[in-house]
Design a protein around this ligand. Structure first.
Ligand SMILES: [Zn+2]
Length: 347
């Protein structure tokens, strides 16, 4: 039984956030960039690449704990994370995996390989993916996006993924700046790949397309009509992990584009997440609302889990998370966010 079928009552399997960046949890309220970004490449250069360069392992630890806590509080029991911290590469995936495990959320990790931090940066990113995966970590090989990867580095990413028997998790054609990605990745991608965004992807690639409705709106990159792709999942791209909220937004966006779209179509995107982390089918979320039917959920705000069980263990009940102290996580994350914001203000 998957999330698409089990909708009659007020329980479902755990939901999956199929693309996110846990470190973004510390970015809220960050100081304004040196100037207002005018387009997507400037959003990366002036905001996100400055944030990721400022991260250290202690920030990652508390950012990931906060992100995992908020996922659990939204009934999301698995996160597919895409990580970058160029000043703290080695061991970063362990920190994220441990933080999620402590909270009781499943995570599929990867480190974002890119050439934008030089040849040594690319090498360090490849090494972190390899180190983590060879040690038995759950994950994929991460890559930023084709437009920041040389053919040589892209080959190294694909080669490592093939050697390790996993897919590649990569941003694809999020903005026209990456418009050549489809052509470069055709022949390289396979069914195990996770392809985030695909807003401007002009062809179908093997793998799972992850639609990130709120992030795409926030970055003004356009609407990619994800319904045109055969396999679509939903992600948050770093803005929380509330998949019911992403579902409602994805539905409104799809409906704005084509008024015949039904909630069932968009709920299938939520359910596809389960194919990426099949164990979530054994997780059980009891919700504050029933029935958990797409036609109800598309128009019902504020549906929250009352109880979350992961692999048979209750990790969230009516008092909150059972394994960790939510108040402490929030307080420590605020401290680490302040450290991050200070570094950004100085940079
Ligand atoms: Zn992303």
């Amino acid at each position: 039984m998957n999330a698409a079928e089990n909708t009659a009552g007020n329980t479902t399997p755990g939901l999956v956030c199929a693309h996110t960046h846990l470190y973004s949890a510390l970015a809220r309220g960050m100081p304004a960039p040196p100037r207002t970004p005018r387009d997507f490449p400037e959003i990366l250069e002036l905001i996100w690449w400055r944030v990721d360069r400022a991260l250290d392992l202690e920030m990652l630890r508390w950012g990931a704990r906060l992100g995992a806590l908020e996922a659990l509080e939204a009934g999301t029991t698995a996160i597919v994370d895409h990580h970058s911290s160029p000043a703290a590469v080695e061991g970063s995936l362990d920190v994220i995996a441990e933080a999620c495990a402590e909270v009781g959320v499943r995570v599929v990790c990867c480190y974002e390989v890119t050439d934008r931090n030089g040849a040594d940066g690319a090498k360090a990113g490849l090494a972190e993916n390899e180190r983590f995966l060879r040690a038995g970590g759950r994950g994929l090989v991460g890559a930023h996006a084709a437009f920041t990867l040389s053919d040589e580095t892209l080959d190294a990413v694909c080669g490592l993924a093939t050697d390790l028997g996993v897919g590649v998790h990569i941003h694809v054609a999020e903005d026209p700046v990456d418009g050549a990605a489809g052509e470069r990745l055709a022949g390289r991608a396979d069914d195990r790949w996770i392809i985030a965004h695909a807003v401007h992807l002009e062809r179908t690639l093997p793998g799972t397309i992850v639609h990130n409705p709120r992030s795409n709106l926030n970055n003004a990159v356009g609407y990619g009509r994800p319904a045109r792709f055969p396999r679509v999942a939903l992600g948050s791209d770093g803005i929380g992990a509330d998949m019911l909220e992403e579902f409602r937004l994805a539905f409104a966006l799809a409906r704005a584009d084509d008024v015949t779209t039904t909630p069932d179509t968009v709920w299938k995107w939520v359910a596809t997440g389960a194919d990426l982390v099949p164990e979530t089918q054994d997780d059980r979320v009891t919700w504050s609302y029933g029935p958990m039917d797409p036609w109800h959920l598309a128009y019902t705000p504020g549906v929250r889990p009352n109880r979350v069980e992961v692999a048979g263990e209750t990790v969230l009940d009516e008092h909150g998370p059972t394994r960790v102290d939510a108040t402490e996580i929030r307080a420590r994350a605020v401290e680490q966010a302040a450290r991050l914001h200070e570094k950004l203000a100085e940079a």
